[in-house]
Ligand binder design. Structure first.
Ligand code: SAM
Length: 252
């Protein structure tokens, strides 16, 4: 996977690329990341990339020419061109999985009031938001997209299984699809009077597996009930959820 990142702040990514998963993936040759300074695609000697909005209003807007020029130069074939924008479709694991299928991804980072709308309509293939809030620039969102896509690339995570067991894992995964991950605990078994659930210390793998599934379902019901609509649930899962809901009704 090659990420082409179009930004006016290439140096913004230094720390992100020098730590953790992205650093490892880069060192292992699983991904390459090319930081493209949008100003290099400006055609005036002041390297201008923005201008005032037509119709008035505050702030500046990225002009279309440098962005179109940059995309035309870096994009290969019909690979996805993602405009990071709070107005885009929300990023989720399914979107990350779709993007991870490609060999190249171009990411356009906006700034100021945003990017000339012709980029969204005629240059980008996808407009993606990382959440319903507004940030000052598309660099953090681009880093988020790169990280969640990279961890889906085979060989990047140490244990091949681990992305399959996490929250939002796909239908064929061992997590049983669409529910949140179970809670995790580590040593010490007791901390300031707070004990780890005894079952996890029992060594009974089947009981632990059932307990984890129950916890995952319960947490999904409490935090993200919307996910359960699309989740792959078996009869046992449904029984657990009925119990959880009944206990909640009794608690009310
Ligand atoms: N005027 C825009 C609006 O209200 O929709 C906001 C522009 S924002 C201040 C500047 C840039 O930050 C955007 O062009 C985009 O690239 C990026 N950005 C801000 N919030 C974002 C989000 N939630 N997801 C993705 N990109 C975001």
């Amino acid at each position: 996977m090659t990420f082409e990142v179009i930004t006016i702040f290439p140096e913004f990514f230094a720390s992100v690329l020098e730590h953790g998963l992205l650093k490892r993936a880069l060192a292992g040759g699983r991904v390459s990341i090319r930081l493209r300074d949008l100003r290099d695609f400006s055609d005036d000697r002041h390297r201008t990339v923005d201008d005032r909005p037509f119709g008035g209003g505050p702030g500046m807007v990225f002009k279309p020419e440098p962005v179109f020029r940059a995309v035309r130069e870096v994009r290969s074939g019909d690979s996805p061109v993602v405009l990071l924008s709070p107005q885009g479709r929300l990023l989720n694991q399914a979107v990350a999985e779709r993007l991870a299928q490609h060999a190249q991804l171009t990411l356009i980072c906006g700034r100021y009031e945003g990017v000339d709308e012709r980029v969204a309509r005629h240059c980008a293939t996808d407009e993606i938001s990382i959440g319903d809030y507004v940030l000052s620039g598309g660099e953090l969102p681009a880093a988020v997209v790169m990280e969640c896509v990279t961890r889906l690339i085979p060989g990047v995570l140490g244990n091949e299984e681990s992305s399959q067991q996490e929250s939002f894992a796909p239908p064929a995964s061992s997590n049983g699809a669409g529910v949140l991950d179970c809670p995790h605990y580590t040593r010490p078994a007791e901390f300031e009077g707070l004990r780890v659930p005894e079952i996890l210390l029992s060594g009974n793998h089947e009981e632990i597996r059932r307990w984890r599934r129950r916890q995952a379902l319960e947490k999904t019901w409490r935090m993200r009930p919307d996910l359960l609509t699309g989740a792959a649930l078996d009869d046992q899962d449904r029984r657990v959820l009925e119990e959880v809901q009944q206990m909640e009704r009794l608690g009310d």
